[in-house]
Ligand binder design. Sequence first.
Ligand code: AMP
Length: 388
Amino acid sequence: MLVLVINSGSSSLKYQLRDLDAGTVLTEGIVDRIGFPAEGGEVGVADHEEALEVVDAALHEVLAGRQIDAVGHRVVHGGERFGDPVLIDNEITRAIERLNPLAPLHNPANVLGIRAIAEKWPDMPQVAVFDTAYHRTLPERAWRYAVPDWLYTRHGIRRYGFHGTSHQYVAGRAAGLLGLEPAAFDGVVLHLGNGASATAVQGGRSIDTSMGFTPLEGLVMGTRSGDIDPSILVFLGRLGMSSDEIDDLLNRESGLKALGGSNDMRTLVEAAERGDAKARRALDVASYRLAKYVGAYHVAVGGAKAIVFTAGIGENSSVFRALVAEQLGALGVVLDTEANAVRSPEPRVISAPGSAIPVLVVPTDEERAIAEATAAVVSSALGERASR
Ligand code: AMP
């Protein structure tokens, strides 16, 4: 089956074409600056329909006469309704649109991508795979904020969690590496990229996660503050800062960038090794905060069978992994220094044989997870139709 995976943003459209039978990526790319004026000889792309024409032209050669069987969309917010990937129809598209207030930057852009495909290829099966879906199994004690009920009933203010596709995929691969069925896996998954979140997995299901109502809550991230005292927002408001300014401050000017002067882990590690005190402080704060979440989630899952690192920092930064692991001595965690230093695209164990909890590195692959989910939904829909 050939599946086109689409990640549609407000001004960009990322795509990847996968052959699921062969297990290969046929091509991938990004059309960006959608809606921006043409620049220096470049052709401008006015909207998502035009962007799709660019993608179609790029796919043409690779396809060499073969047909795309289905399109899988990364959709950021599935609200409380969507706990699984779904086949998209008009009602589903409108339901995704109704969630726009919860993800004003992302869901409207996802819908633009869905509509552009429906317009160009009306018979193409399309599947939505939601970033929040894996966390739909959070128990109420984990998703509820201790605030008056109308915030939830009127405005949907609760914890949703994000990076779900990645957490689910990585938890499944980690279970495989330990020789367990996914449903027998209890552990803590750490998705550490520019955005970062930790998830407590029990019996293969997400039971707690560090991102909340929005992807701002939780860990120290590239440019996001993670957890702070909410009174700081009130304080800043009283100083006269607007809500847009506060939003920008906490989402784009905070985190590692604010603490250490860069949101790039490589830059920070190099600077810290040269003795830069700000960079060292950034690594200290971020690794300490992360280690505290690992301790909390070890308790939440009733004893983790593994601690799993993934995404840009988790997969590549042996220094950051070591900083976190050093602080987990109370849990009996011991890294194997040599294994931790290995660079590899394969899932692997990096803890010492005597570690009380195995520590793993499992590369994430959200596109693969989306493509596989899309194929599963489309195959089962075709099966249902055939058996009717
Ligand atoms: P992501 O959002 O998953 O692409 O991750 C981005 C983060 O991964 C950035 O902070 C990068 O600095 C970090 N990263 C990527 N490659 C490396 C590397 N080789 N060593 C350390 N950090 C890396």
